[in-house]
Design a protein around this ligand. Structure first.
Ligand code: SAM
Length: 327
């Protein structure tokens, strides 16, 4: 019996397993990380292709079944099984990751892998089709979103294979796709927290112009708080002043910007106009600073849904140069 809650859908088509392994480009010297080996259909072919397989599996019944399957075979010594939740496991060194994962951990797992050091060569992973299409989406495409921009900053991503439901037992409700993820080496020289802070804001309303996003009061006040905190901190560090009000501002460090609940992306026509309207025409100095940055890069009328990686990197550098920060 399989556990739906653990995302247990076993690959039953041996041709598909072969094709995944072949596309992964495994070398005979590779240490392979497999996540969620289940009953071991993929594991077996990975053992044949590489030097060693490290398999992380949550379900103890699956772990037992795996051990039984490879016991007494020439592969027994090349397989290391780690029982546990992959998201809570300290991953060892690996060259390549090949996995048919439980879809509910797709996003945190992708970022866990991308922050693993030393960086691996590539990962070939089965995802839910829509998640896969978000990973590879380009500016102007419907599914282009924060996930696309963030993962493409850290890796080259390509779509390898479409996989129908009926290749699994039991069949899942959704179609799947196999994707290749190659970490970029070196990474672009950008502070990821800053980057993600900007991208969150921009994709919270991805079809709005940046001009209207950065006129929102909540956005401006968050950025201004960060700005003042940093300025105060810099002054304090320079020993330029020991005014006591500086201490108060420095103490505000850390409560800038969090919990803006920016995780829900949507395309809804929102009520931002109302929020904008009650500004009464009076433009604060800080607001002007922000809008000047947008004008400088000709971003005011642009929409995130159409902006490339390079556009966002440029925008972030303009903001940072003006002392405006997102984390
Ligand atoms: N690799 C096998 C195959 O292709 O036939 C099974 C794939 S099945 C989609 C996902 C597997 O991941 C299941 O065996 C499940 O028990 C395991 N699993 C679920 N959550 C996990 C987690 N957080 N960490 C590690 N393994 C997990």
């Amino acid at each position: 019996t399989f556990h739906k809650s653990k995302g247990q859908h076993i690959l039953k088509n041996p041709l598909l397993v072969d094709s995944i392994v072949q596309k992964a480009g495994i070398k005979s010297t590779d240490v392979i990380l497999e996540i969620g080996p289940g009953t071991g259909n993929l594991t077996k072919k990975l053992l044949e292709a590489g030097k060693r397989v490290i398999a992380v599996e949550l379900d103890s019944r699956m772990v037992l079944e795996l051990q039984r399957r490879f016991q007494g075979t020439p592969f027994a010594n090349n397989l290391q099984i780690i029982q546990g939740d992959v998201l809570k496991t300290d991953l060892p060194y690996f060259d390549i990751c090949v996995a048919n994962i439980p879809y509910q951990i797709s996003s945190p797992l992708t970022f866990k892998l991308l922050s693993h050091r030393p960086a691996f060569r590539c990962a070939v992973i089965m995802f839910q089709r829509e998640f896969a299409m978000r990973l590879v989406a380009q500016p102007g495409q419907n599914l282009y979103c924060r996930l696309s921009v963030n993962t493409q900053l850290l890796a080259r991503i390509s779509h390898l294979l479409k996989v129908g439901k009926n290749n699994f037992r039991p069949p899942p409700k959704v179609d799947s796709s196999v994707v290749r993820i190659e970490p970029r080496k070196p990474l672009p020289p950008v502070d990821f927290k800053e980057w993600d802070g900007l991208i969150r804001l921009c994709f919270n309303r991805k079809n709005k112009t940046l001009g209207s996003i950065f006129r929102q009061k909540s956005v401006l006040s968050m950025l201004e708080k960060n700005y003042k905190t940093l300025q105060a901190l810099q002054k304090a560090l320079n020993g330029a002043s020991d005014d006591s009000h500086m201490v108060g501002e420095v103490a505000a460090l850390g409560d800038g910007g969090e919990d803006m609940s920016m995780d829900v992306e949507d395309d809804r026509e929102d009520d931002m106009e109302i929020e904008d309207a009650d500004d009464g025409g009076e433009v604060s100095e800080f607001k002007k600073k922000v809008l000047d940055v947008l004008k400088q890069g000709d971003f005011e009328e642009k929409r995130s849904s159409k902006l490339t990686q390079t556009d966002f990197l440029y925008l972030l550098s303009l903001f940072n140069k003006a002392g405006i920060h997102f984390s």
